[in-house]
Design a protein around this ligand. Structure first.
Ligand code: NAD
Length: 441
């Protein structure tokens, strides 16, 4: 089989590389000349574990290629995937669909055989029908049902474990408008039948909504445990034990019950907001998700206040050492990372922020002016009045605490990811605060 993948970002590049690993011929297209040049040179423009080997192997096998020319990419394809960004539209919180619709027009101009046009981007209900309408407008020569069908195939991979998620997904969701399109999609995902991945075949609208329902549910789950964590602090309970106690109940499940500074990243913030707007527009508001969005926004400011309080209530003129700025480990993605709001609030309170992140500093430097970036974790802590862990990178889990103590002016650690144990930290002589766990006496 042969497919074209439009957009070589976190989703398009991973999906394209994984399909090629399945034996499909994949041409990845992007408008960003820099990205395509780097990919052609064998460089990977994003940080995603394992992606470099996967791409190199499939390029060498002649199954994976990169181009800026959509016409060339669409030669002889069975399907073309739209995997472009759908960021929040400025001003109103709706998803910005201009990249998706732009791609649809370009696809229309290049269709020359029966092709399934698949939306992999996360898009509001109704977008697939609009993509179809755009293609029909550009190509009135097609009779209905002839030459193309649209399909929805939302992606559920997580940055940082994207390849494993794509290769061994919990399920694949396919919204198809015809049996013919459904059959092409099934053939593409055939390798997953061997590992008995459930394939959920639905209507276009159902597939589109399923993706938003999944992300907003997970955002609500995180927000729930964050609020329970705050309550734990007030009543002297331990949120990790509460999470285990409820998570072992199969109806609840153990995942996504880890408290922290609030969800961030390129998906949850924009997708919660977009679904809230869709629901309001349809006259069927999702009041739970509206509240989740509100709580999560406020939480980031509260996290800065927590750091300031742990530093003695005043940070004006003080240096704060920050470890981790990406929204989670194993990615360089800084989109909507809680660290952006937290660091900006610390700076607004007069603090000087010195920070280190293993992969995110190049992106973060564009978003966080005034931060002093360091070569390693220890350099960020040298001479700081206190330290805060904002991302749970593995390399921060086993710091040399004796060395950290000698570097900090006062041994104060605020651990917003709960990667240390309060008892151990008390023994090591730290004034340690974390989320939802009683301070050790
Ligand atoms: P991204 O910003 O990393 O990549 C999008 C790419 O599309 C960019 O390289 C851009 O240059 C390119 N592009 C835009 N218009 C184009 C066009 N007309 N032709 C060719 N290239 C074009 O985005 P992403 O993080 O990969 O997300 C893509 C979609 O997948 C979004 O809708 C997102 O919500 C969804 N999604 C993302 C994740 C994730 O973890 N990042 C997970 C699941 C779903």
């Amino acid at each position: 089989m042969r497919v074209a993948m439009i957009g070589t970002g976190y989703v398009g590049l991973v999906s394209g590389a994984c399909f090629s690993e399945f034996g499909v011929h994949v041409a990845c297209v992007d408008k960003d000349a820099g990205k395509i040049e780097r990919l052609k040179r064998g460089e990977i423009p994003i940080y995603e574990p394992g992606l470099d080997d996967l791409v190199a192997r499939n390029v060498a096998a002649g199954r994976l290629s990169f181009t800026m020319d959509l016409n060339e990419a669409m030669q002889g394809v069975d399907a073309v995937f739209i995997a472009v960004g759908t960021p929040t539209r400025r001003g109103d919180g709706h998803a910005d669909l201009s990249y998706v619709f732009g791609a649809a027009e370009e696809i229309a101009a290049n269709l020359d055989r029966y092709t399934v046009v698949v939306t992999k981007s996360t898009v509001p209900v109704g977008t697939g029908r609009e993509v179809e309408a755009i293609i029909r407008r550009v190509r009135p020569d097609f009779a209905p049902g002839a030459d193309f069908d649209v399909a929805s195939n939302p992606e559920f991979l997580r940055e940082g474990s994207a390849i494993g998620d794509f290769m061994r997904p919990d399920r694949v969701v396919i919204g198809a408008t015809s049996d013919r399109a459904g059959e092409v999609m099934r053939r593409l995902y055939r390798p997953l039948y061997l590992i008995e991945t459930p394939i959920v075949v639905t209507s276009l609208e159902t597939a589109e909504l399923t993706k938003y329902a999944a992300n907003t549910f997970l955002a609500a789950k995180i927000t729930f445990i964050n609020e329970i964590a705050d309550l734990c602090e007030k009543v002297g309970a331990d949120v990790h034990d509460v999470a285990r106690g409820i998570g072992l109940d199969g109806r609840i499940g153990r995942k996504f019950l880890h408290p922290g500074p609030g969800y961030g990243g390129s998906c949850f913030p924009k997708d919660t907001l977009a679904l809230v707007r869709t629901a309001q527009q349809m006259g069927s508001p999702l009041r739970i998700i509206e509240t989740v969005v509100d709580i999560n926004d406020k939480r980031k400011k509260q996290m800065a206040e927590r750091i300031i309080a742990a530093c003695g209530g005043v940070v004006d003129g003080k240096t704060i050492g920050v470890l981790g700025v990406t929204f989670k480990p194993n990615t360089d993605d800084m989109r909507d990372s809680p660290a952006i709001d937290i660091i900006a609030a610390l700076q607004a309170a007069g603090a000087h922020v010195r920070a280190f992140d293993p992969a995110g500093m190049a992106e973060a430097a564009k978003l966080l002016p005034g931060v002093e970036w360091t070569e390693d974790a220890y350099a960020a802590l040298d001479g700081a009045s206190c330290m805060a862990i904002l991302t749970e990178w593995n390399e921060f889990r086993a710091l040399d605490l004796k060395r950290v103590k000698t570097l900090l002016k006062r041994p104060v650690m605020i651990d917003l990811r709960n990667i240390y144990n309060p008892g151990d930290m008390a023994k090591a002589g730290f004034s340690y605060s974390s989320i939802g766990r009683p301070a050790h006496p």
